[in-house]
Design a protein around this ligand. Structure first.
Ligand SMILES: Nc1ncnc2c1ncn2[C@@H]1O[C@H](COP(=O)(O)OP(=O)(O)OP(=O)(O)O)[C@@H](O)[C@H]1O
Ligand SMILES: [Mn+2]
Ligand SMILES: [Mn+2]
Length: 684
């Protein structure tokens, strides 16, 4: 069985993949009697036995009497299983059994309740599933009144989203997504179950017509029994008797996520199911509830943004239950967004420097540093920087207001920002990029700071700078914003080189061949003014009225002005390997923090751009060269245009695209929306 959830949580980036793959390893070895087909010959499987000798299983007690079946606890080949015995009263029911079995034989996903065997011959038609110890999610929530942590909510939601994504990508819709059809194993990992209403998308039109003819109602199964219980998960288009699509599953999934967060039965304020259903029936008749959902857009009470419930999770729920199916996200979108929510949650729990995120290293990177031999007990440059930064911010009382221009407050344009970032080491062994996000710096409503550092010859300079630079900029608030940026870059460089020197002295390590450096780009937004300071080859662009505007210039030895400047300041430029580089180190960038063997020619003095923002300005994109090497400005804008208007997702999409296009480098992307993005716009 898999390792405990707690253990999985501690593993950061790979935790999601692990969750998916470590589900159920215990494969059952059971003899398959040839020919392994159902009695009609329509269902076949290579791995799932389709008829069993009557001695191989024993039905124990019934666990549940569903609307279409009785489910028994049973023993199959010595193992505890759930046996689902469908109620087959008509030839239609029998046809349905075979379709159901065909479908189940084709399913294999760690988030889908696993069919172990079936008996597909008269008189006993039966499905045998892996037993789920902890019952259904509905019981867990409304009988045990379980309150999951935000972690548990995200894990369960993500697993279910992946299971649904698997179905949708295989052309299947589930059509009965609800907590009662989610099973939990002893570790509370969820499994999507009950494929009694599932259909292939290609058959939906016909199924729809068939149900209309046979019962005068669409999707006959739904309308049989337990109407109110299931009704609350049904999308408005189904209530309107329109076609079921995969977007109707998304609607139900949205209701489910909200139920998981609130613990409350939809359309009631009660946790306990028994009472809730009475109240539900008392409050609304079936027709009243249908009418309210369809015509007045009634939805369950949305979960509140509690201490740990991210706002973006709530807007995700609302997007899922949009009235218009085309406005609901796809499962690919949902999985991406849930993954980034999960990652943010991990970062939050790891308790980074307040409002600052920097990318943590992979283990491999630590090894890489150690393998340099001389520097075995290397210091943690990130915490070194953090200490230094704290000292500075204590010694000064920043008054950032001084950066704001005092003219005519009322007429000035004020951007409304939302921001997000994504960083990946890509194909590289180690991560040498770092970044920070510092919105509302020092609690100033309209002052925001974002930065990216791309390390070379080690990650030390990038680690250090991500901690030191933001603090330094704050402490320089008595000068102009542009001047503060400039001084902060230069001081960060000096501080880093100073630290490096004293470290070398204390360890008496030779200065030879250890000269870490990094590029740095920082965007400082003060009211309607955007200052971008840059050294090196990260870049920032602005999307203005649909077009890109470069806010920074890359400092590379291929650039003639930079080459001349380096030479003038005593540096050497040579054509090495494939391009112009700063010799002898062979550095392509001509400005940086660190690189003390190349100072002063490779300067830390940034170039600064100042841009007045207006309502035409849509978003800012900052990224390390890992993105820009393979994605041009127009494509960046196009990709954001085509992505859910959620800055984390945009950042992730860009990084993913760069990786897909073969970027061999670390990739860090920050996206800052500069105008409010309406809910309607959020999903394309
Ligand atoms: N693998 C399993 N492990 C444990 N319990 C199970 C398992 N499969 C089903 N059950 C129990 O049996 C109940 C009914 O199962 P299922 O939803 O598949 O049947 P159904 O007849 O289609 O029900 P309905 O249509 O009313 O939702 C579940 O709610 C659950 O309590
Ligand atoms: Mn069910
Ligand atoms: Mn069912």
């Amino acid at each position: 069985m898999h390792s405990s959830t707690a253990k999985l949580i501690s593993r950061r980036h790979h935790s999601i993949a692990l969750l998916a793959s470590s589900f159920r390893l215990g494969k059952m070895v059971m003899e398959i009697m040839e020919p392994n087909t159902c009695i009609r010959g329509c269902c076949t499987s290579e791995s799932i036995p389709l008829h069993l000798s009557s001695s191989s299983f024993t039905l124990l007690s019934p666990i549940a009497r569903g609307s279409e079946s009785v489910v028994y606890e049973a023993i199959l080949d010595g193992r505890r299983v759930a046996a689902k015995k469908p109620i087959l009263s008509t030839s239609d029911d029998l046809d349905k059994f075979h379709r159901h079995l065909q479908l189940l034989c084709n399913l294999d996903h760690p988030g889908v309740s696993k069919l172990l065997a079936a008996h597909a011959k008269p008189p006993n038609y039966m499905f045998f599933f892996e037993f789920c110890e902890s019952g259904t999610l509905a019981e867990k929530l409304h009988v045990e009144e379980w309150s999951p942590s935000i972690d548990q909510v995200l894990i369960i939601t993500l697993q279910l989203a992946k299971a649904l994504q698997y179905l949708h990508n295989n052309g299947i819709v589930h059509r009965d997504v609800k907590p009662a059809n989610v099973l939990l194993d002893e570790e509370l990992s969820p499994y999507l179950a009950d494929f009694g209403l599932a259909e292939y998308k290609k058959d939906l039109r016909e199924v729809n017509l068939h149900n209309w003819r046979s019962s005068g109602k669409p999707t006959g199964g739904f309308h049989k029994k337990n109407m109110v219980g299931t009704l609350i998960y049904m999308a408005p288009e189904i209530l309107r008797k329109e076609m079921y699509t995969e977007k109707s599953d998304i609607y139900s999934f949205g209701i489910l996520i909200n139920e998981l967060l609130t613990g409350v039965v939809p359309y009631t304020d009660l946790r306990a199911e028994a009472q809730a259903h009475t109240v539900l029936e008392m409050n609304y008749t079936e027709q009243q509830l249908t009418a309210a959902i369809v015509s007045s857009g009634l939805r369950p009470a949305l979960a509140e943004t509690g201490l740990h419930v991210p706002k973006s999770l709530l807007s995700l729920i609302q997007n899922c239950w949009e009235d218009d199916p085309s406005k609901r996200p796809s499962l690919d979108d949902l999985v991406l967004e849930l993954e980034s929510l999960w990652e943010q949650e991990r970062e939050r729990q790891q308790g980074h420097f307040p409002e600052t995120t920097s990318v943590s290293r992979s283990d491999k990177d630590g090894d890489a540093i150690k393998s340099k031999g001389d520097y075995k007990d290397t210091i943690n440059w990130s915490s070194q920087g953090e200490c230094m930064s704290k000292k500075w911010s204590l010694s000064t009382a920043p008054d950032l207001k001084l950066w704001s221009s005092s003219t005519d407050e009322s007429s000035r344009y004020a951007p409304v920002i939302s921001y997000g970032s994504f960083a990946t080491c890509g194909r590289r062994e180690s991560m040498e990029d770092t970044h920070f996000l510092m919105p509302h710096m020092c609690n100033e409503e309209n002052i925001h700071l974002f930065g990216i550092f791309d390390g070379h010859r080690g990650a030390e300079a990038a680690d250090f700078s991500a901690q030191v630079l933001p603090g330094l900029i704050q402490s320089l608030s008595s000068t102009s914003a542009g001047e503060a940026l400039s001084q902060a870059f230069v001081s960060t460089d000096l501080a880093f080189r100073h630290e490096l020197d004293s470290h070398r002295q204390s360890k008496r390590v030779s200065q030879k061949d250890w000269h870490p450096g990094c590029t740095a780009i920082a965007s400082l937004l003060v009211d309607n003014k955007l200052f971008v300071a840059n050294v090196g080859d990260s870049r920032a662009i602005l999307c203005r009225a649909g077009h890109s505007l470069a806010l920074s210039k890359a400092h590379l030895a291929t650039c003639i002005e930079e080459r001349n400047r380096v030479i003038k300041e005593g540096g050497r430029i040579e054509w090495l390997v494939d391009t112009w580089r700063v010799a002898p180190a062979g550095l392509q960038v001509t400005r940086s923090i660190g690189d003390d063997d190349l100072k002063p020619a490779v300067t830390a003095e940034p170039e600064i751009s100042e841009t007045i923002l207006s309502a035409d300005d849509e978003f800012l994109v900052m990224a390390s060269d890992g993105l820009w090497d393979v994605v041009n400005d127009e494509d960046v804008i196009g990709i954001i245009r085509d992505t859910v208007k959620e800055p984390w997702m945009c950042s992730k999409r860009l990084a993913t695209e760069a990786a897909a296009r073969g970027s061999g480098d670390n990739i860090t992307v920050i996206v800052v929306f500069l105008r409010p993005v309406s809910t309607a716009e959020r999903i394309y």
